[in-house]
Design a protein around this ligand. Structure first.
Ligand code: SAH
Length: 338
């Protein structure tokens, strides 16, 4: 369906950029992947950390609570970018509800573009009244200490690819099928990521705070073949097959991310692996506490979940935690040893 629309568009208006392709495949209002499909979980295409275990959102909640307490307990806004099915925020809010004064000082903003996911998030978080939804960061006022979160959000943003000085495009081959035009080493940029960092700085610089993004990507030289990838039913999938029914992501360039945040006036901290971050925020203590009240089967389940989140063979080192703070902020927990 979507492939047909994209091909017709190319026949009519000429080749499209990689960014246009991602935008259409993922976010087309009628046929886009995030607009129409249920990507998450065992029956979906990929499983994210908050969907693996409640402990992920809980650890982020405790990390925020500690940072906020040491910042003098100001009025607080937590913004989550791309909240998916809302699990992270649900676990974060439950884990922080007994932190003295946090919830009375708190306003939550969910930044989401998929109407289908907004409806799911609203349903899941219906117990909370101090929460609202916005289509992007630009509609939020810079009037409060702000913490911005995003798990597997940056990888979903459309990227641009260049070969030399030419932007790489997608056209049609002789058989009328989608194909990349031109060859050579590929360089990637993500203008949306830059805009988001600038917006984050606009929100954080006046009253303090930080942003924290968890994602997979690279820290040294960029792969010359580019980093676009499609995933369907938990396996890599050819990019031009099942468009609109497979997830498409690009790896996050963490060096570029750090540079963008410095450029925007924030202070980027050393990158941590997800495993180290979760260990330092106390996931093993939380695991023990949950296991005490669990059945034998649940105990095993909890252990498997922690293993998935922490193990270098699974998500532990592939996923990185990037944090940038207000330049005068205290150093957030887990980053102080670096
Ligand atoms: N954080 C969730 C979901 C990750 S998938 C989890 O970890 O499970 C990416 C999410 O980002 C989806 O909810 C998608 O709809 C949303 N998204 C992608 N681009 C966006 C944009 N520009 N603005 C707001 N949300 C966006």
């Amino acid at each position: 369906m979507l492939a047909g629309i994209i091909k017709a568009f190319i026949r009519e208006s000429g080749p499209i950029t990689v960014a246009q392709f991602m935008q259409l495949a993922l976010y087309d209002p009628k046929h886009g992947y995030y607009t129409t499909k249920e990507p998450f979980g065992g029956g979906g295409d990929f499983t994210t950390a908050p969907e693996i275990s409640q402990m992920f959102g809980e650890m982020l909640g405790l990390w925020i609570a500690d940072f906020w307490q040491r910042s003098g307990m100001p009025k607080l806004r937590i913004v989550e970018c791309g909240p998916g099915r809302g699990a992270l925020m649900q676990d974060l809010l439950r884990a922080t509800q007994h932190v003295p004064q946090l919830h009375t000082h708190l306003e939550v903003v969910m930044v989401e573009i998929s109407p289908r996911l907004i409806a799911l998030q609203q349903q899941k978080l219906s117990a909370y009244s101090n929460i609202c939804w916005q289509p992007d960061l630009t509609s939020i006022a810079a009037d409060k200490y702000t913490i911005i979160l995003g798990n597997e959000f940056l990888d979903a943003l459309p990227i641009r690819q260049y070969t030399g000085t030419l932007e790489r495009r997608i056209g049609l081959d002789d058989a009328g099928e989608l194909c990349f035009l031109g060859g050579g080493d590929i360089r990637e940029t993500c203008p949306d990521m830059e805009r988001i960092l600038q917006e984050a700085a606009r929100l954080i610089l006046p009253q303090g705070g930080a942003c924290l993004f968890i994602d997979y990507g690279y820290t040294d030289t960029a792969p010359k073949e580019g980093t676009l990838q499609a995933v369907k039913a938990h396996h890599y999938h050819p990019l031009f097959e099942d468009i609109g029914a497979a997830d498409i992501t690009a790896l996050v360039d963490f060096n570029a991310l750090a540079k963008m945040s410095t450029h925007a006036g924030l202070c980027p901290l050393p990158l941590l692996t997800q495993g180290l971050f979760l260990e330092r925020t106390g996931i093993h203590i939380r695991l023990k506490a949950l296991q005490e009240k669990a059945t034998e089967a649940q105990r095993t389940e909890l252990e498997t979940a922690v293993e998935r989140l922490l193990s270098p063979a699974q998500m532990g080192t592939l996923f990185k935690v990037f944090c940038a703070t207000h330049p005068k902020a205290v150093i957030p927990h887990a980053f102080e040893h670096e």
